[in-house]
Design a protein around this ligand. Structure first.
Ligand code: PGA
Ligand code: ZN
Length: 391
């Protein structure tokens, strides 16, 4: 496919920070994409450059892109990755490469008269038949919410075959939680991802409140602990309550017996691989142990973690690695290990719903897109519902 025009501009994300939007054209077809930004990031995520700097970098490659023919996403990404020439994408910026890569993928799908998810599943040789479980972050803490709980996300997982049913359940649950929190904790505030906050230092409180408002065979609970954010000098500092890696493991064992936990993400710091290995040995049969900061959507790190039995599943965030094809490689690899794959948004989001197509197209086990309270989060859940209704 030959691209006839490209424009990149700066737009605001959900935290009102600058980010990039790309619009690509080929003949009569047009596609756009925009990229999100994380706050609780893994150390080995690809480089994100200042959007204003990216605009000038882009000018240096624009004509080269317009003069070439790219038959597939592999050729397009390959061109950008080799032009960048660095492992961490620090020359052009992972955010520039990804925004172009997603827009290109959408444009190619249109030019082939396919939905984006159809192109993705075609690339992976799949026929998607099931929707992912929906991961709704309903109670937030950690870096995403001031004066709230120490763990980052207390998640309602809906397992209905229909995403429309899942979203409806989550919206009702959110309302119940809001009443519960107002009654028992006083004020109601929202964190970065639109999740409710609770003024408490006790990590269990989030699970208690969620658990008493979410029951039934079609729902489970999950945690994103984001433990790297409170790991200091090789100890876990939970609001002054010091825990060793082994203490934290015992604590998870206790939580696992008290609550219907389907998965725990980042239970230990990315610098505490032993913690991951121990929890897989202890709870890996019962609970999905999901790596995020540890693996950052990077096939090499996923491969390493699998060899060490440090996880049983992985979070996939395209902007951690910085291109569509590398994201697909990471997913393929994780699925080849029979790992669980959860596609995720970032805490600073845009209206782009590419990750919903990605989740359905690769038959992911979960899609994590925050609380059903912000437009940028709903855009992803609603895209799944659109797919459910129309295809
Ligand atoms: P982030 O957090 O988007 O702020 O990095 C999300 C997560 O840790 O999963
Ligand atoms: Zn995470």
């Amino acid at each position: 496919m030959k691209i006839s025009d490209i424009n990149i501009r700066i737009v605001k994300d959900s935290r009102n920070k600058d980010t990039l939007e790309a619009v690509l054209r080929s003949g009569d077809f047009e596609a756009s994409a925009s990229v999100p930004a994380g706050k609780s990031k893994g150390k080995f995520e690809t480089t994100t450059l200042e959007p204003s700097l990216v605009l000038s970098k882009f000018e240096t490659i624009k004509n080269q892109i317009l003069n070439k023919d790219f038959p597939t996403v592999w050729e397009f990404d390959g061109f950008l990755i080799s032009t960048d020439g660095t492992k961490e994408k620090s020359n052009l910026g992972g955010n520039l490469i990804l925004v172009l890569s997603i827009a290109f993928t959408k444009l190619l799908a249109k030019s082939e008269n396919l939905q984006c998810f159809q192109l993705i599943s075609k690339i992976l040789g799949k026929t998607p038949r099931k929707f992912p479980y929906l991961y709704f972050n309903l109670i937030g803490g950690g870096l995403h919410a001031k004066d709230s709980l120490p763990f980052q996300e207390y998640i309602l997982v809906t397992k209905f075959p229909s995403p429309a049913k899942g979203l409806e359940y989550a919206k009702n649950c959110f309302e119940k939680l809001q009443e519960d929190i107002e009654k028992n904790f006083g004020e109601v505030r929202l964190g970065d991802e639109g999740a409710l906050t609770i003024k408490s230092d006790d990590p269990r409180v989030g699970l208690q409140v969620l658990n008493r408002n979410a029951t039934g065979p079609e729902v489970s609970l999950a945690l994103d602990v984001a433990a790297s954010t409170f790991f200091e000098n090789r100890i876990y500092n939970l609001r002054g309550k010091i825990k060793s890696s082994d203490d934290l493991l015992s604590y998870y064992n206790l939580l696992a017996t008290s609550y219907p936990l389907l998965s725990i993400e980042d239970p230990f710091s990315e610098d505490d691989k032993d913690g991951f290995i121990k929890i897989v040995a202890n709870l890996g049969e019962k609970i999905w142990i999901i790596a995020d900061d540890l693996t950052v959507t990077n096939p090499d790190l996923i491969n390493k973690a699998q060899k060490e039995k440090a996880a049983t599943g992985v979070i996939i965030k395209p902007n951690q690695i910085g291109s569509v094809t590398e994201t697909l490689e990471a997913i393929k690899l994780a699925q080849s290990y029979n790992w669980k794959v959860i596609i995720s948004h970032r805490s600073g989001e845009t209206m782009d719903s590419f990750i919903a197509d990605l989740a359905y197209g690769v038959e992911a086990d979960g899609l994590k897109s925050g609380a059903p309270t912000q437009e940028v989060r709903l855009a992803k859940y609603n895209r799944l519902i659109e797919i459910e209704r129309n295809f």
